[in-house]
Ligand binder design. Structure first.
Ligand code: CP3
Length: 349
């Protein structure tokens, strides 16, 4: 048996399904819903101090694996460390989320430096190596980055916004500057993902949380093409690299995204039509998702029913159980236990 033969998430991404049982992990699985996370976070001081401490970031990456035995660990970091490594000012406001010094025009883009990204992110890469060393042999390690469009949304607005108005406006008013920004993010993302894979990640996930906010033509220009180029760029250096794309809100654009970007699996949000995903998406490759994080907060019989429906829809093909977006801090830990027990209770032949 090869070294990675029994890592179930890797097997599913390679198209070897069914693999005995449905693997499971959760987006944002290391986070504030866990008391042990809150404790380590308090020790670190700020969220960014935690991201840049290989010792503490390794600890919080491993916490959900110890508690629940998930089939994959995801590196503890944030998508916004990349703009920070390119020279943009970043801080997290307690209770409010990320803040950046907004990019206003082409001169703001020109100042960004992509050449030293991996040097500046050395502590994060060190975390990847440490986690791989401590992780059970059968657990998949996932690295990640934000997709160019989603990272650009925060770089332009300087904060999270519900409909990404600043970035959408910027894309029309300053098309060249937008193209230049996306280009820089493609280059930085390729370097960063390659470095994560070399440090020990088994696969990487590209988070495009705000992809669903775009018109068809923009989805093509800012989501599909940049993601395709990242996948191509990474595989140029690491030919067997496994990549999961998560274009939240892509809806009917999912098959096109899947085929044209060349990713091995797609994350599916909770809004997706299950029959469509099963019939039109899962035949292309692996699917991951799509439990509504709010259903996990509520728990009870609704949760059981949703878990069953999701398994019913997807367990005949390549599938990794997950949420349709990140777990929220209000989630009771008992509900996570209940979900895992229900997924694990279901065996596939
Ligand atoms: O999934 C994991 O457990 C790995 C770590 C991870 C974090 N952020 C930790 C985090 C990952 C993969 C991310 C990705 C990320 N970060 C995305 C894409 C996926 C998504 O959730 O949409 C985005 C858009 C960000 C940017 C970001 N970081 C926002 C908008 C916020 C504020 C919202 C919030 O939950 O506080 C963060 C902060 C953040 N990133 C926290 C964690 C654990 C909470 C910070 C804290 O502990 O105070």
């Amino acid at each position: 048996m090869s070294d990675k033969a029994e890592r179930l998430v890797v097997e599913v991404l390679k198209g070897r399904a069914p693999v005995g049982r449905i693997p499971i992990w959760m987006m944002r699985q290391a986070g504030r819903y866990l008391p042990e996370y809150r404790e380590t976070r308090a020790k670190a001081g700020s969220f960014l101090d935690l991201c840049y401490s290989p010792e503490l970031a390794t600890e919080v990456t491993l916490q959900p694996i110890r508690r629940y035995g998930f089939d994959a660990a995801i590196l503890f970091s944030d998508i916004l460390v990349v703009p920070q490594a390119m020279g943009q000012k970043l801080w997290f406001e307690e209770g409010a989320g990320p803040r950046l010094d907004p990019i206003e025009d082409g001169s703001g883009v020109a100042k960004l430096d992509v050449s030293g990204v991996c040097d500046r992110l050395a502590p994060v890469l060190e975390t990847v190596a440490r986690v791989r060393e401590k992780l059970p042999r059968e657990t998949t390690l996932l690295g990640f980055c934000g997709a160019p469009w989603t990272v650009a949304c925060y770089m332009i607005a300087g904060k999270g916004t519900p409909e990404q108005v600043p970035a959408r406006l910027f894309s029309y008013q300053r098309r060249e500057a937008m193209d230049a920004l996306i280009e820089k993010l493609i280059v930085a993302s390729v370097d960063y993902l390659v470095a994560q894979l070399k440090a020990g990640a088994d696969a990487v996930q590209i988070f495009d949380t705000w992809g669903g906010m775009l018109t068809d033509a923009q989805f093509e220009r800012y989501v599909i093409e940049p993601t395709r180029r990242i996948v191509e760029g990474v595989r140029h250096i690491v030919p067997q690299a496994l990549v999961i794309g998560f274009p939240r809100g892509a809806g009917v654009r999912l098959p096109d995204y899947f085929v044209r970007t060349g990713v091995d699996g797609v994350g599916v949000d909770w809004m997706a039509n299950r029959a469509f995903v099963r019939d039109r998406v899962q035949r292309i490759g692996a699917v991951q998702g799509n439990l509504d994080p709010m259903c996990l907060v509520a728990g009870g019989e609704n949760l059981d029913r949703e878990v069953d429906d999701i398994l019913e829809a997807f367990s005949d093909g390549g599938f990794v159980f997950n949420l349709g977006h990140g777990i929220v801090p209000e989630t009771p830990v008992e509900n996570v236990e209940r979900m895992i027990a229900r997924v694990r209770g279901r065996h596939v032949v």
